[in-house]
Design a binder for this molecule. Structure first.
Ligand code: NAP
Ligand code: ZN
Length: 361
């Protein structure tokens, strides 16, 4: 296969696990027949961007540098390849964590691209077009096969739509897969980027929603976002009141924490699904699962079809992320604040701010 032509675009990259993100120039391919070229308007800042850029997941997914993070992308189509049928220039478009996978693999044929071993992540995966690795959304533009580009509803605030492409689908999918949570008691552990979306979806699906938080200052917000009850997880008394009562718990915590405390919250045959991805293993007390045949599972983003379904659901229910919009120059500060839990509840980068940034390397 001949290599497509490419052009440089501005981006922010990390050169190592310990270097701050800084302005850079990266190549993007000219659209091939099935490609959609997108000018990026907003990109959400996911905690996974930090885990990856700082190589915290080294044992599972070693980082490759330079690394351009960003997989919560919303933008406008600027050019399409000759065979593209889904999009035309001027359309809004979204890109999440995946940009390619072999359409003939059994998972993709079943509509489960997120299970495919051939999947290409938006950043850090081999780039079959240009060599090297794929680069993410902290950049002016991106070029993606139309199969992995989402239609973005025009009635929603775009800065708040960007985080739906990862935080949104990652919380929507496991609740949908669990079954009908209407009328069920659902817990969301951790009120961050994922957690606050989990609360909004659980409420929209008709569940009785309980937030577990380590942050007393988030209590009012949790109620405003849709929770019926809030539990301070560091209060043994508050925790004890809910023992053995949950049908489903979604755990979004990004760091080490006591999983067993939440397993004990489940009723008989209840299920806890992990979506948070701490870098070190979590301990599981066998008895917390054995008693009452409780279940512990995990979930990774969602399929492309499910992501479109989620975006359309958000359009109908007027759901977006609560965002703090930042210029790209504030990204290193945003990482430090995100680690401290100091954001309500997702940073969304206004990518127009990149246009004024000098490329220094
Ligand atoms: P985030 O905005 O930083 O939220 C994480 C929340 O966890 C914090 O707001 C905090 O909530 C709680 N938390 C943090 N440190 C804690 C600790 N030491 N003990 C107890 N609670 C703590 O992060 P995010 O972007 O939502 O991502 C959350 C996790 O999901 C990350 O590990 C990320 O990599 C992962 N993720 C997974 C997928 C997937 O497909 N499975 C997709 C995206 C992200 P409170 O202040 O309320 O306690
Ligand atoms: Zn993410």
């Amino acid at each position: 296969m001949t290599q497509p032509k490419s052009h440089p675009v501005k981006a922010y990259s990390a050169r190592s696990a310990v270097s701050p993100l800084a302005p850079d120039s990266i190549p993007r391919r000219e659209p091939t027949p099935h490609d959609v070229q997108i000018e990026i308007l907003y990109c959400g800042v996911c905690h996974s961007d930090i885990h990856y850029a700082r190589d915290e997941w080294h044992d599972f997914l070693p980082a490759v540098y330079p690394c351009v993070p960003g997989h919560e992308i919303v933008g406008r189509v600027t050019k399409v390849g000759a065979a593209v049928t889904k999009f035309k220039p001027g359309d809004l478009a979204g890109v999440g964590c995946l940009v390619d996978a072999d359409p003939d693999c059994p998972h993709c044929r079943a509509g489960h691209e997120h299970f495919s071993p051939t999947q290409i992540l938006t950043y850090g995966s081999p780039d079959k077009h240009l060599g090297g690795v794929t680069f993410g959304g902290y950049s002016e533009g991106i070029v993606v096969d139309q199969r992995f580009v989402l239609r973005v509803p025009s009635n929603l605030n775009l800065a708040g739509v960007a985080p739906l492409l990862c935080a949104g689908i990652t919380t929507y999918s496991p609740m949908r897969q669990w079954g009908d949570i209407k009328g069920k008691k659902v817990g969301v552990v951790g009120l961050g980027g994922l957690g606050h979306m989990g609360v909004k979806f659980a409420r929209a699906f008709g569940a009785h929603v309980v937030v577990f938080t380590t942050s007393p200052g988030k209590r009012e917000d949790a109620l405003r976002l849709g929770a019926h009850e809030v539990v301070l997880s560091r209060s043994a008394d508050e925790m004890a009141k809910h023992a053995g009562s949950f049908d489903f718990i979604l755990d979004t915590v990004s760091a080490q924490h006591d999983l067993n405390a939440y397993l004990h919250m489940l009723r008989t045959t209840g299920e806890l699904t992990l979506v948070g991805a701490p870098s070190k293993p979590l301990n599981v007390d066998a008895f917390a699962l054995l008693i009452g045949r409780r279940r512990l599972s995990g979930s990774n983003i969602g399929s492309i079809g499910e992501t479109q379904e989620m975006l359309d659901f958000c359009a109908r229910h007027n759901i977006t992320a609560d965002v703090e919009i930042i210029p790209i120059a504030k990204i290193n500060e945003a990482y430090e604040r995100l680690i401290k839990g100091d954001v309500k509840y997702r940073f969304s980068i206004d990518m127009a701010s990149l246009k004024n940034e000098p490329v220094t390397r």
